[in-house]
Design a protein around this ligand. Structure first.
Ligand SMILES: [Fe+2]
Ligand SMILES: [Fe+2]
Length: 228
């Protein structure tokens, strides 16, 4: 039994969205993911840190979900900025159940257990969002969601998962960083960064939290093992 994280699978089995246009690093990315996930086991848990499927609604994402469901172990899905299919937790869970997707669940306004660990998370915030309409409202909601998830840990040690990096080169999302520190999150995993931006990603300790980038192209499409 092991815990893994990987973000940004950017699957598009039902939509015309080839990923190799984003550079040679994305060549055969679906096959590479299949190969890497085939090494996992049924007792494993993988947190998918957002940007999972290009589908515009649940129906368009079904083929991608079926592929993920075919991989060993449980998969916990977090919302990314490109997950246009994302809807309410009740609708997503019903859709998973109706389609026999038994290994998928949502990490959103909740917290999952892995051994003694609490797995918490939300989409997070990035400077790209600052220009969008209603950004203050959406931002406050994200901070509230993060705190709601962290609270549910109820004293257990915490691993946090975000889609957006809370820190990146000169960018710091103070409110999110402060929540992670206040709840003594031990490690934080995030995605979203691709290609040349990998070079500017911050990894390692910052304010008592250990950060790791887990976007799929950064990991060469191999889920990052966190612990047994
Ligand atoms: Fe993203
Ligand atoms: Fe992405």
């Amino acid at each position: 039994m092991a815990l893994y994280a990987i973000g940004d699978l950017h699957l598009g089995l039902s939509v015309d969205k080839p990923m190799d246009v984003f550079g040679p690093g994305w060549a055969n990315h679906v096959e590479r993911l299949q190969e890497a996930f085939s090494k996992l086991h049924d007792g494993d848990v993988t947190v998918l840190c957002g940007d999972t499927s290009w589908g515009n609604d649940l129906g368009e994402s079904l083929a991608d979900f079926r592929l993920i469901d075919s991989f060993p172990g449980r998969k916990l899905l977090l919302k990314g900025n490109h997950d246009y299919w994302w809807t309410t937790a009740a609708k997503m869970r019903r859709f998973f159940a109706e389609n026999g997707l038994t290994t998928l669940d949502i990490l959103h306004n909740n917290c999952h257990a892995y051994g003694d660990w609490a797995l918490c998370g939300t989409r997070g915030w990035f400077f790209e969002e600052d220009q969008k309409p209603h950004n203050a409202k959406v931002f406050n909601r994200e901070v509230i969601r993060l705190e709601a998830s962290l609270k549910l840990a109820e004293g257990r040690p915490i691993l946090a998962f975000l889609h957006y990096p809370p820190l990146y080169q000169g960018y710091r999302c103070g409110e999110i960083l402060r929540k992670l520190e206040a709840y003594r999150v031990e490690r934080c995993f995030y995605g979203h960064l691709h290609g040349p931006s990998h070079r500017r990603a911050l990894e390692g300790a910052f304010g008592g939290v250990d950060y790791s980038l887990v976007s799929a192209d950064y990991l060469q499409f191999v889920p990052k093992k966190i612990c047994d």
